[in-house]
Write a protein that binds this ligand. Sequence first.
Ligand code: HEC
Ligand code: HEC
Length: 252
Amino acid sequence: MKRLMMLSAAALLSVAWMTPSAMAGGVAEIGDAGKGRVIFNKGLGDDVPACATCHGKGGMGADEMGTPRLAYQVQKYVWKQLEDFATDKRIDNVMYQMNDIAKALTAEQRRDVAAYVHTLKTPFMGSDLDQMRKDDEEIGVVHKGQIIVEFGIPSRGIPACMSCHAFHGRAAGNIYPAIGGQRYVYLKHELEAFRLGHSTPSSEDEMARDNDLMGQMRNVATKLKDEDIANVAAFLTVARPATAGNPSAPRR
Ligand code: HEC
Ligand code: HEC
């Protein structure tokens, strides 16, 4: 009996212990989402256009503009990107506007807008690959991309993307962004940018991206061929936010 009580006390303790770290895992907001909503939809003065003009009203991004989906994205990841743009650690090499936009926001406003986009409950919607194929764009092969995301290519030293980004690229913790359901054009562009960033710093070639912690992403991207990049992007954009044990096959 005494042992049982000790056990349950330990269980209670571990629950109390868990709570703060569970909150740090993304539940607690890092900024004021209400203030962030105003910035997102209306912008700020002359220097900050409404984020929605490029990222879409629901924050879903647009292939025509090469903008990423921000809806649902990990708060701390979004915030880190805004800090990296503000300090030129990452260069917007699509429209060359994010650096100026991030600099025009205060540190607090960057947190607010990151908190807001995380709350966007836009239904899942990746790129329309069928339409893009009809428009004669070269699109990768979904099932080949799925193999890389789930198993990697061991013979070429390529790890499974899900080992960091979780099943179907649905994000993990505060560091690994959601890449499932992301825009096709954006996914391809970032992978090419990281690949270039492995050999050339962005200070020398602005097309490079090298703001990933410890080169984690550059080390993977450098091993990918153009074909692999197109294939993983094709799978990821249609990957549903499912879990590994979920018996219902993801729709594509
Ligand atoms: C003029 C168009 C434009 C506007 C306005 C704009 N963005 Fe962007 N944003 C982009 C483009 C293009 C990229 C992709 C840059 C790249 O790939 O290097 C981007 C990338 C980002 C990223 C990186 C996302 C990721 O997954 O790594 C974040 C975060 C972001 N924008 C937030 C914002 C916020 C917040 C606002 C409003 C304050 C905003 N953007 C306004 C065009 C815009
Ligand atoms: C060792 C861990 C690791 C592995 C394995 C990994 N990634 Fe990443 N990836 C990262 C990290 C960390 C970032 C965030 C970099 C940052 O903070 O700017 C990232 C960022 C990305 C981004 C940019 C997301 C955005 O919104 O801008 C894409 C796309 C991406 N990874 C795709 C992949 C693909 C595809 C694979 C498999 C071929 C893969 N990753 C494997 C660690 C990893």
